[in-house]
Design a protein around this ligand. Structure first.
Ligand code: SAM
Length: 173
């Protein structure tokens, strides 16, 4: 089994908490196994863990990580999502799906180091938008939409329906 990890760099506790939470939720829902957040932020960690407890899966969160240690010890491929990178479709064709993958996403201005260490800088279009959108689209294309079939086996399961809400819950009322 290959592993997909997301490395969130530049998270500022006051400014970026919602966006980083959304990056983590997208990572979990769309097929990643772990998110590394360089800034120590226990609150985000707790929020995501609480989603995992209720909705299932084995998604992991680590905050306060040293990005250089993660990158140095990474044995698989590394991509960096940036509007300056290679076209999404071309980049995906160059990636070996049998290797682990580390996906780097920024917040504020990204230092040149990350552009250099990435095996491929990947653009999701060449317009500036959002790390949340870029990650979602990248994971959808990389997994060939396999994320949709992933079973989370959580305490809460949502049954798709056209109207209203159908929820199966193992939680105590
Ligand atoms: N101004 C920053 C810079 O120049 O590096 C980028 C800020 S942007 C709001 C935050 C992150 O969203 C980027 O670091 C990148 O990971 C992602 N992003 C934004 N637009 C993107 C695009 N078109 N393709 C891929 N990633 C994108």
């Amino acid at each position: 089994m290959t592993m997909i990890a997301v490395l969130r760099i530049g998270h500022r506790i006051d400014r970026d908490k919602r966006v980083t939470t959304h990056v983590a939720l997208v990572a979990r829902a769309f097929g990643a196994d772990i998110i590394y957040i360089t800034t120590k932020d226990e609150k985000i960690k707790k929020n995501i863990q609480s989603v995992c407890i209720r909705f299932g899966g084995n998604f992991q969160v680590q905050t306060g990580v040293d990005h250089k240690n993660i990158i140095k010890s990474w044995k698989g491929s590394i991509v960096h999502l940036t509007m300056y990178g290679e076209e999404l479709e071309k980049a995906i064709n160059h990636l070996d799906t049998n290797r682990d993958l580390l996906i780097i996403v920024g917040a504020e201005k990204v230092p040149p180091y990350f552009y250099e260490i990435a095996d491929i800088n990947v653009s999701v279009g060449n317009q500036p938008h959002s790390e949340v959108a870029a990650l979602a689209l990248f994971l959808d294309r990389f997994t060939k939409a396999a994320w949709q079939k992933k079973e989370f086996d959580g305490n809460i399961q949502i049954i798709p329906c056209v109207k209203g809400k159908k929820v199966l819950s193992k939680e105590k009322a």
